[in-house]
Design a protein around this ligand. Structure first.
Ligand code: SAM
Length: 163
């Protein structure tokens, strides 16, 4: 895994001790391939008419794709591995005006999880071709889920599902 790229603090920004990781151990399920080789080339949010990107699953997890091609839109979670993880106040415009990390979708956060809703273009074996990503080439893939609104739970109904 590549180390985070150091970034300079902007006026008003606040970094804290990022603390040692506690409990969760992620298993990366694959790698995302995009045409974006630097952060400057990544859009701030992916566009559904953007370039084709590839979710390359490790063959070990390939059976978990069964049924995915029924969905036009899927949610993709990924690990923004080049981010620093210690900022609690950030100044996105670099003008000294700060916003709390949890009120931003910045890649800089204690657990740098990215989330994008993407359009599933096609499945090629263990790979999904999608549009709508904004991450660097070779970003680790954390999870894939069908888009929530189109998804009908297959599990039996339970009382807590009532509105
Ligand atoms: N769509 C996701 C979300 O809202 O959770 C991520 C949004 S984040 C603002 C996208 C930006 O993160 C990109 O424009 C790029 O600057 C940066 N980025 C992309 N891939 C990254 C990576 N692997 N490590 C660190 N930063 C990354």
């Amino acid at each position: 895994m590549t180390d985070p790229e150091p970034t300079k603090l902007r006026k008003g920004e606040l970094a804290v001790d990022p603390l040692q990781p506690e409990d969760a151990t992620l298993r990366f399920i694959g790698t995302i391939r995009t045409p974006f080789t630097t952060r400057d080339l990544c859009p701030r949010q992916g566009k559904l008419n953007g370039p084709d990107c590839r979710l390359e699953l490790l063959p070990h997890w390939a059976p978990a794709l069964k049924g995915i091609s029924d969905f036009e839109y899927i949610d993709v979670l990924y690990w923004l591995h080049r981010s620093r993880r210690d900022l609690v106040l950030q100044s996105p415009r670099g003008d000294g005006v700060t916003t709390g990390t949890f009120a931003l979708r910045s890649p800089v956060r204690p657990n740098p999880i990215g989330l994008s809703r993407v359009r599933l273009i096609r499945q090629e074996g263990d790979t999904l071709v999608v549009k709508g990503l904004d991450c660097l080439d070779k970003t680790p893939l954390v999870d894939i889920k069908p888009e929530r609104c189109a998804y009908t739970p297959q599990a039996p109904h339970k009382d807590a599902d009532q509105t």
